[in-house]
Ligand binder design. Structure first.
Ligand code: ATP
Length: 302
């Protein structure tokens, strides 16, 4: 059952485009007040789910709740409390940045001051006098971000928010996400960028071919992930030793003394196997979210 304090709750959401099953039963829950990263490669179904959340398309099956409401039945109320950055933004090319931001501001019913918009434009270094038709992809993205956050909504749904932005502006957008969380808002964003998700997301889900393959607190995902260990031994070790260790994989061995290994769980069994070979170097490298992501993809691809 959906939790009453969930900003977003999905159970068994399915969606097909003809014969293409884009969502194969998505289950996820975004607690209110948290930042949630929705990760996956091209075509995994991220945008499709986001469109269902905002009632831009209808799911074929399953349950969806956004801010405790059904997006299909209560779409106006959901949109009023949500800021949305689409993956592809179509802006009226006849207008300037300032004109379009004024339009967006008025669409929010006068709840946003011109000053607020000016501050955001300055923070994102966006020149409001420029015509939309002359904007680069990154500058269009900034317009999209400003219109999503300007009314300080209870929920931000951002489809690849840092896409097309330079590193400085990416950082500014992540700061906006953190500020939204600090005022109590919830944020759901899709991304290909694992490092930024690791940095700002309390929770993350990895989606593959329309299914969530893993989800949880970002820190727990990394804690439970494979650890890489670099080892240098004084005396050679037979590679068959590792065949008997179920949670250890040899990733690379330059020779039988310098090894790169991957380990799931505790390191005890590996340390016992290495003992007696004169361990000169034993360096476990903590997993990153990228390792988590790749391990899920590589495991499934093999
Ligand atoms: P990206 O990171 O490239 O934006 P995504 O994870 O957002 O990818 P979706 O755009 O949701 O993925 O696409 C999921 C699947 O649905 C893909 O196979 C895609 O080709 C298909 N798809 C998406 N939109 C449509 C559409 N309007 N008509 C037909 N198929 C579609």
């Amino acid at each position: 059952m959906p939790s009453s304090s969930a900003a977003i709750s999905c159970q068994g959401v399915t969606k097909s485009y003809g014969a293409n099953l884009a969502l194969r039963g998505i289950d996820l829950e975004v607690p209110e007040g948290e930042v949630f990263g929705f990760l996956g490669p091209n075509g995994a179904g991220k945008t499709t789910l986001i469109r269902c959340l905002l009632n831009m398309i209808r799911p074929d099956g399953g349950n969806l709740q956004v801010l405790g409401r059904c997006p299909q039945m209560d779409s106006v109320a959901v949109r009023a409390e949500t800021g949305y950055l689409p993956g592809e933004l179509n802006l009226d090319t006849a207008l300037t940045v300032g004109q379009i931001l004024t339009l967006f501001r008025r669409m929010r019913g006068g709840s946003v001051s011109p000053r607020k918009v000016n501050v955001l434009a300055e923070r994102l270094q966006l020149d409001q006098s420029r015509p939309i038709r002359h904007l680069s992809k990154g500058n269009k993205q900034k317009v999209g971000i400003i219109q999503a956050v300007m009314h300080e909504p209870r929920l931000l749904i951002l489809d690849e928010p840092t896409s097309g932005l330079d590193p400085l502006m990416q950082r500014e957008v992540l700061t906006l996400v953190q500020e939204a969380k600090a005022r109590g808002a919830s944020v759901f964003f899709s991304s290909h960028l694992l490092s930024e998700t690791e940095e700002v997301a309390d929770r993350a889900a990895i989606v593959r071919a329309g299914e969530v393959v893993v989800s949880g607190e970002t820190s727990a995902l990394m804690r439970n992930a494979l650890v890489r260990v670099s080892v240098t031994l004084e005396r050679a070790i037979a590679m068959e030793v590792f065949d008997h260790l179920p949670n250890v994989w040899v990733m690379a061995n330059r020779n039988d003394r310098d090894l790169a290994l991957q380990v799931r769980g505790e390191l005890d069994a590996l340390m016992r196997a290495l003992a007696g070979h004169g361990v000169q170097r034993f360096e476990p490298v903590p997993a990153t979210l990228e390792d988590v992501f790749l391990s899920h993809y590589l495991r499934m691809a093999s």
